[in-house]
Design a protein around this ligand. Structure first.
Ligand SMILES: NC(=O)C1=CN([C@@H]2O[C@H](COP(=O)(O)OP(=O)(O)OC[C@H]3O[C@@H](n4cnc5c(N)ncnc54)[C@H](OP(=O)(O)O)[C@@H]3O)[C@@H](O)[C@H]2O)C=CC1
Ligand SMILES: O=C(O)[C@@H]1CCC=N1
Length: 270
């Protein structure tokens, strides 16, 4: 199955669907092969205007037009979205909803449904998502390859066992929201010391990009990279000591764990 031969339909055309649609179009997928069902008219209008795709409030029409469906509504809205979707027989059904297991998706979409559960993140907007992919029991190798191809258009995509998808949700699904306040706070520190806001924000964001790139490109342990910055009796080790005083590492670990636990809780409700 080639990606550019598939008709891809989204149920929900909000923030995440828009990010993925942008990636697909940027990677050369024709807008004529993409459509979306959306019940909120302003979101429909934005999708039509931004991407030139077909958008309707009629989910069943989207299902009819599509080979591949990407469910991109909030977990609480899934049952309602599927109740208006009609038959999903012979469709590849992808869900990006946090917490919702492949077993409950299969139950909702029909026992033999080819389901793949995916956890991307909002950085798909700039084609830098970190995405975990987990096939349901009826998904074929071809289906998984196609899903990988879809999410590779918006960043890095890797297959992960379902028992670890809540961990992926806590880490990379929610993770951008943990880094944005870090960038804001770094910039605040710069502003406190006299930098103007714009300059401080660019320096802060570029510092985060650079640090992340060093981790990925070197493959070195982040602790070793931190040591490279800390001169003996220098400026950085004083900053590190301050962060340790505030238990910054425990704070981030606990944020990821709390988010993963919430994802598990959502999964139990469905
Ligand atoms: N935001 C993020 O960073 C991430 C989100 N996710 C997951 O992605 C999914 C979507 O999240 P996100 O894009 O942020 O949400 P949004 O609220 O931006 O988008 C969802 C859209 O779906 C619409 N909708 C609701 N019910 C229906 C329906 N029955 N038929 C058609 N459209 C409907 C909503 O309309 P209305 O507003 O009127 O309800 C809304 O416009 C969630 O399940 C979330 O867990 C995964 C990874 C990251
Ligand atoms: O907060 C949420 O539930 C969604 C899922 C991952 C990121 N945002």
């Amino acid at each position: 199955m080639k990606l550019d031969e598939q008709k891809i339909g989204f149920l929900g055309a909000g923030k995440m669907a828009s990010a993925i649609i942008r990636g697909l179009i940027k990677s050369g997928i024709s807008k004529d092969n993409i459509c979306a069902g959306e019940k909120y008219e302003p979101a429909s209008e934005t999708a039509r205007k931004d991407f030139g795709i077909f958008v309707t409030g009629d989910n069943a029409e989207i299902v009819k037009r599509s080979d591949v469906l990407i469910l991109a509504v909030k977990p609480k809205d899934i049952a309602a979205a599927l109740s208006t979707a009609g038959s999903l027989e012979n469709k590849l059904f992808i869900s990006i909803a946090a917490g919702v297991t492949t077993a409950s998706l299969e139950e909702m979409a029909g026992k033999n449904a080819r389901v793949v559960r995916v956890m991307p993140n909002i950085c798909a907007t700039v084609l830098e998502s970190a995405t975990g992919i987990c096939p349901g029991k009826n998904a074929s190798k071809e289906d998984i390859d196609l899903v990988k191809a879809v999410f590779s258009t918006v960043g890095v995509a890797m297959e992960i066992g379902e028992e670890l998808l809540d961990a992926v949700t806590g880490l990379s699904g929610s993770g951008p929201a943990y880094i944005f306040p870090v960038i804001e706070a770094l910039a605040d520190g710069g502003v406190y010391e006299g930098l103007d806001r714009r300059t401080a924000q660019i320096l802060a964001a570029q510092t985060v990009i650079g640090a992340a790139k060093m981790v990925i490109e070197s493959g070195d342990h982040p602790g070793e990279l931190k040591d490279m910055v800390c001169s003996p009796a220098g400026t950085t080790i004083v900053g590190i000591q301050t962060l340790e005083d505030y238990k910054i590492r425990a704070a981030f670990m606990n944020a990821v764990i709390a988010s993963a636990e919430k994802s598990k809780e959502i999964g139990k409700k469905k």
